[in-house]
Design a protein around this ligand. Sequence first.
Ligand SMILES: Nc1ncnc2c1ncn2[C@@H]1O[C@H](COP(=O)(O)OP(=O)(O)OP(=O)(O)O)[C@@H](O)[C@H]1O
Ligand SMILES: [Mg+2]
Length: 435
Amino acid sequence: MRLEKVRLSGFRSLRDLTLELGDLTVITGPNNAGKSNLLAGLAFLGDVYARGLDAAMQTAGGYDRIAYRRGGEAVGSVGFDVDVTDPATDSARPTSTSSAMQKSPGDVRIRHLFNIDAEATETVSSYALGSNHLRISGTADSFPLATALHVDSSGVVTDFAELPTAREEAENAVSEILAEIFVKNWPTNLATLFRPEDADNKFYAISEPARNLASRMRGVVAGIRILRPVPHLCRQPAAPGPNVLLSQYGENLPAVADHLRRAAPATWLSVQEVMTTVVPGLLKIDIVPTEDRKLALRFEERGVGRPWTAGEVSDGTVQALALVLALFDDRIPLLGIEEPENALHPWILREILKVCTRQAGKQVVMTTHSPVLVDYVPAESVHLMWREGGQSKIGKMLELDTDVRKVWEGGGTNLFELYDSGGIPQATPGDAENQ
Ligand SMILES: Nc1ncnc2c1ncn2[C@@H]1O[C@H](COP(=O)(O)OP(=O)(O)OP(=O)(O)O)[C@@H](O)[C@H]1O
Ligand SMILES: [Mg+2]
């Protein structure tokens, strides 16, 4: 199952922005364009799915911090439209690069649309879940969903929200139940999502496949991780924990390395192998207990004697380890990385990008200012973000206008040169509306 699209509205500077995701999505653009806000939006969404709305809101700093603001006031509501396709049909997809838009027969999609509204009280930091819909759509041959969705004989995609008779009832039921799911616990409440007991209502008869779909969707969205490794935090000893996932700044790196070493030894070996390209004499990375029952990293290098402690190795080494570890960690279906180029030599960055392209099944989103990165990845995966009229916009670099693609396809220039030439107005700093 993969995330095809996320539409964010009213989230920080993202007044209304749709991100289309591939296996690799690279986002560049001037400072202040909203790249980090976009990753923060994905992190927030993942957190809502993983821990519930209230916990996610608390971590994000409250409604005031996440809602689009103009003139000092939070405006409107914060909305998400999350669009996921089902993996069971992935094999039926065409493999060409433009396949994301082509729906092959049998595709099943789930869209989850929800809004978080500010409550009309004296403090806007109080909020409530507003509209909340789950939409499942499929074609005639998308297994039992077809009957339930009343797909017509021509195989026209219908989603339940469009069903004239059941619409209101269905939306109410789903809104109600999803609201409960968010504040309580999604997986345990899934059993009630589509009521199997209403057997004579065709809409509800899809309980089993719909439950499975919704549960897998939850797995993908709740598994979103954003990484912006900070070398001095990556060096810290960390407390061990069960099934621990890498946190945003890499501050629990030794604990995650320890988990991987135990739970997935082959993966841990691959991580170390990639790290030998970063530290050529590297023999082994070890994890050792500290006096205060935490874990610390040790780097054994040929001909050096005592292994290096995490405090002794370079910024690039710990930063690269955090990136490689997260890329290899198959518990993370979608990884967002903020500016992976920080502290890395261009050659090492390219080695890490190679790892990226080898991780089948994992979606990676990166923000970057690096010419090396922009020129290394497939041009089709590069998106540009800019600011226009006080809000963030996004577009695929090659689709901004026909001239950009023409110049690029004509050869003789690489993508970053094109971006940096001054010929693309959106790529220059400032608000495009005022230029
Ligand atoms: N609640 C909000 N409403 C509207 N705009 C906001 C809100 N919060 C932040 N912003 C805007 O977003 C800007 C920061 O955007 P962001 O950090 O995403 O930029 P960026 O593209 O990552 O830039 P850089 O390349 O420097 O990292 C702020 O300067 C502010 O103008
Ligand atoms: Mg940023």
